[in-house]
Design a protein around this ligand. Structure first.
Ligand code: PLP
Length: 395
């Protein structure tokens, strides 16, 4: 650290130089995050010091968190399944705002494990969960941290988890299943209703990772079933800081029953509340304010418009890519496209090096992975496809 503080001018020139190295989402086709909505940014600023780690000191920010959870519960059909109230939350929906999909997934599995340990189920060996092969790498962290075996079920020809394989992986030590509603690489939605049937038949928990899809699927012209309307779904991860247009860090974890939150509680002797069920201690009240504000500002109509825009970009990309001879691996389900090209790794490298495009790659099979977000435009797509054509014709 420098001995003496720098001037404001020096600091800002230092910051601006760092900022100029950021993409600012220009030519970014690989990100599931985007510019936060201006209302979210303003709300975030207003609550910049609020710490949801000590709820009693920040009752206002906590009220906004509860309201965000209530709205998310409504979006995910929680109201239709009678979600019981959680005392410390004092309203009818059970959950909290996390730092993102990773924390939500970790906490969902921690909840499963704790409930099994306190419950009647006898495990003979280490517990296991079954996740799709396409699951986000946050489940590698789950495996590493939680002393749980993570079993991976293969995908079918449409890149959905193969439910027969899931069934064959269930054994006496299985505690839960995971389905993905909008997987990271393909944007595909797993057959959540079938997973629910398996979960109910085998008395297992079912966590749905809708970190990306949660703010997409409900706003599609034809939504896919994935949420609490399906009886076996016990928890859902949904990220306002992705397609919800909130600020980072804004994730959310919702549970069907408050027993999950209870199972996560630790005592907090020197805070204004007696216990805490979150993973992190200090939490951003600013992100809660941002999420609540942008959801109220946009309403359903605003999110429908946002999703429609991204879906139209997706359709344009696929249509024009086809004219150039590039086929998608699957018809896009949401605003994620897996595009077949020769040597995708080299194409990715050249697109970045020559034209500054940030794209990513699907693992199996390898293809270009493109996410069409609100920061992208129709002109971006035209330029991108011309550059893609150039790069592939030089291979
Ligand atoms: N789950 C899914 C399906 C995701 O796509 C992602 C990130 O892209 C995550 C979880 C992790 O979210 P985060 O990076 O906000 O922790």
């Amino acid at each position: 650290m420098n001995d003496k503080g720098l001037s404001e001018k020096e600091i800002f020139s230092y910051l601006e130089s760092a900022k100029s190295e950021d993409t600012d989402y220009y030519r970014v086709l690989s990100s599931m995050c985007t510019h936060p909505h201006k209302i979210a940014v303003e709300a975030h600023r207003l609550f910049i010091e609020a710490n949801l780690g000590d709820l009693g000191l920040f009752a206002g920010a906590h009220r906004l968190e509860k309201e965000a959870i209530r709205m998310l519960g409504e979006l995910l059909h929680a109201s239709s399944v009678e979600i019981l109230s959680e005392e410390s939350f004092g309203n009818s929906v059970c959950g909290y705002l996390t730092t993102g999909g990773t924390e939500s997934n970790i906490q969902a599995v921690r909840g499963m494990k704790n409930l099994v340990i306190t419950g009647k189920k006898k495990l003979e060996e280490i517990p296991n969960i079954i996740i799709p092969e396409s699951a986000h790498f946050s489940f590698d962290k789950v495996a590493d941290m939680m002393g749980i075996e993570v079993r991976r079920a293969p995908l079918d020809s449409e890149f959905k988890v193969d439910t027969a394989s899931v069934e064959s992986l269930i054994n006496k030590n299985t505690i839960g299943l995971v389905g993905i509603a909008g997987n990271t690489e393909f944007g595909q939605v797993d057959p959540i209703e079938e997973l629910s049937r398996l979960a109910l038949e085998n008395k297992l928990f079912l966590h749905v990772d809708a970190a990306f899809g949660g703010f997409v699927i409900p706003f599609l012209e034809k939504p896919y079933p994935f949420d609490f309307e399906i009886p076996g779904v016990t928890s859902i991860a949904i990220d306002p800081h992705k397609m919800g247009l909130s600020t980072i860090p804004s994730g959310a974890l919702l549970f069907r029953s408050p027993s999950f939150l209870d199972s996560l509680k630790v005592n907090t002797p020197y805070l204004t509340t007696k216990s805490q069920f979150t993973l992190t201690g200090t939490r951003s009240g600013a992100a809660a304010a941002a999420t609540c504000a942008v959801m109220k500002y946009l309403g359903r109509e605003g999110y429908v418009k946002n999703v429609k825009y991204c879906i139209q970009l997706t359709a344009k990309l696929v249509e024009e890519a086809r004219k150039l001879g590039f086929e998608p691996l699957l018809e896009p389900v949401m605003n994620v496209v897996a595009l077949k090209t020769p040597d995708p790794d080299l194409v990715r490298e050249q697109l970045l090096k020559k034209f500054g495009w940030n794209v990513s790659i699907t693992r199996t099979p390898r293809s270009l992975r493109l996410v069409l977000m609100p920061h992208n435009t129709a002109q971006d797509i035209e330029e991108f496809l011309q550059d893609l054509k150039k790069v592939t014709s030089e291979l």
